[in-house]
Design a protein around this ligand. Structure first.
Ligand code: SF4
Ligand code: SF4
Length: 143
């Protein structure tokens, strides 16, 4: 899957700010472009684009996500085996390990920096035991 920015781009720069791999370039108020060699296909650019200008290679527009509705990982500590694969998978360094306690010597992953999370779901995809579920912040508060 590759992504492109179509001609409706207004060059606002929202995509360049959120892209974790520096794959997007362009002058202010001019058409931006995605370097497919650098793109990690996280879709974050499309979720912040105000003009729906990011599309996949099937021409499907990536839907914008309103602030506060971006999915975030929820960690199930009972299932988690503290392998830290999710920490490695996160392209923005949003996941850190909690300090181990005397009761539980394992260092478990947690979303240490919510603002850094772009909702890509790479952590959920890579977890070998299904301990991560992507959920809207409101669902996380209820859990
Ligand atoms: S969804 Fe997971 S991998 Fe993606 S930025 Fe957020 S914490 Fe990192
Ligand atoms: S990848 Fe899954 S099992 Fe491994 S530390 Fe992260 S949540 Fe736990």
């Amino acid at each position: 899957m590759s992504f492109i920015i179509n001609e409706t781009c207004i060059g606002c720069g929202a995509c360049t700010k959120i892209c974790p791999s520096g794959a997007i370039t362009g002058e202010k108020q001019e058409l931006h472009t995605i370097d497919t060699d650098l793109c990690i296909q996280c879709r974050a650019c499309g979720t912040v684009c105000p003009t729906g200008s990011v599309e996949d290679n099937f021409g499907r527009i990536i839907q914008r996500v309103k602030p506060g509705q971006r999915l975030q990982p929820m960690f199930d500590r009972k299932t988690c085996m503290a392998c830290t694969i999710c920490v490695e998978a996160c392209p923005t360094g949003a996941i850190c390990l909690d300090d181990p306690t005397s009761k539980d010597p394992h260092a478990y992953p947690a979303l240490a920096n919510e603002k850094r999370c772009i909702g890509c779901g790479f952590c959920e995809k890579e977890c070998p035991v299904g301990a991560i579920t992507m959920a809207a912040p409101v669902e996380i508060l209820k859990a």
